[in-house]
Design a binder for this molecule. Structure first.
Ligand code: ZN
Length: 109
């Protein structure tokens, strides 16, 4: 079973990742906005700048999705079913949860 200390450690781990994600979301949002302005100012906006904009957009939506998943984990981290494999009902190894807090299955499932 997961101990309270381990839960706290995983929670801190998630909160750190959330902080990092929020920073990169802010940066990507600013980049996306400056891209739009650059496009408006530049009649000959190159394909390259469009491509980088698309990559940023992808990274942005990926980061937002990850952020959502992590926030969901934070909501259920204190529940008894947290850390229990959804398939076989056995506890998921703490090391695995540390490495990937969104894991809902144990290593053998
Ligand atoms: Zn399992």
């Amino acid at each position: 079973m997961i101990t309270q200390d381990e839960r706290d450690a995983i929670r801190r781990h998630i909160e750190r990742e959330i902080a990092t994600l929020q920073r990169s979301i802010n940066t990507l949002t600013e980049l996306a906005e400056s891209d739009v302005q650059a496009d408006a100012n530049d009649w000959f906006s190159s394909k390259e700048s469009n491509a980088s904009g698309e990559i940023n957009e992808m990274a942005l939506s990926k980061s937002k999705q990850r952020l959502m998943v992590l926030n969901e984990v934070l909501l259920r981290i204190d529940k008894p079913e947290f850390g229990i494999c959804v398939k076989c009902n056995k506890p998921i190894a703490v090391g695995r949860l540390m490495a990937n807090p969104t894991a809902t299955r144990c290593i053998s499932c």
